[in-house]
Design a protein around this ligand. Sequence first.
Ligand SMILES: O=C(CO)[C@@H](O)[C@H](O)COP(=O)(O)O
Length: 234
Amino acid sequence: MRTLPGSGHLIAPSILSADLARLGEDVDKVLDAGADIIHFDVMDNHYVPNLTFGPALCRALKDYGVCAPLDVHLMVEPVDALVPQFAEAGASCISFHPETSRHPHRTLQMIHDCGCSAGLVFNPATTLDYLRHVMDQVDLVLIMSVNPGFGGQRFLPVALDKLRTARAMIDESGRHIRLEVDGGIKADNIRAAAMAGADTFVAGSAIFGAQDYRHVIDAMRAELLPSRINCSGR
Ligand SMILES: O=C(CO)[C@@H](O)[C@H](O)COP(=O)(O)O
């Protein structure tokens, strides 16, 4: 099965804010600057009010030579038909919002059957109750710290409580499940997200909007040093 790196903090630049006219080069550049995985936002102008990328672009990045894991975040409804297409196109992890599937358990199973890791995504107003019923099927939990649809929005502090709750649920399950946060993440709030339990950090505008990607990623990693994070229970 294709997986995300197993341990440590992961920085996941979102290509939503990349230079789309030179995407392959920009992805190489951000990986050279120290990014761990690439976050790939798929929007359908139906579930969210924006339209982005399909499986062909995912395949194009792989064909271009991108070896880093592709972390595909589906913001589409209905979701099932796209799962095999993104798996075929080279996705490592495929995440979706539970309310976009009639049968989230079946969709998670389908993602695994396609050879990918599976993630479940929670909007600021989506209950984590879904998670209780599919904990054994999930490899990643993604907490949205903005409403999905656009890059460059402000981090919603309400996400911190949700991260703490999700972290407690994951720890209680005893399974290795990544806890990702996405939306408005910058060097000045990444530590708060980590202290609330996140271990995987999506950042679009903060990284791709900077002149020097390495400088931003290094600044984020400096905030994630164990000496800076004092989170009981982690
Ligand atoms: O999924 C989304 C938005 O829906 C995110 O992945 C954004 O692309 C993150 O961008 P920034 O908030 O970091 O600019």
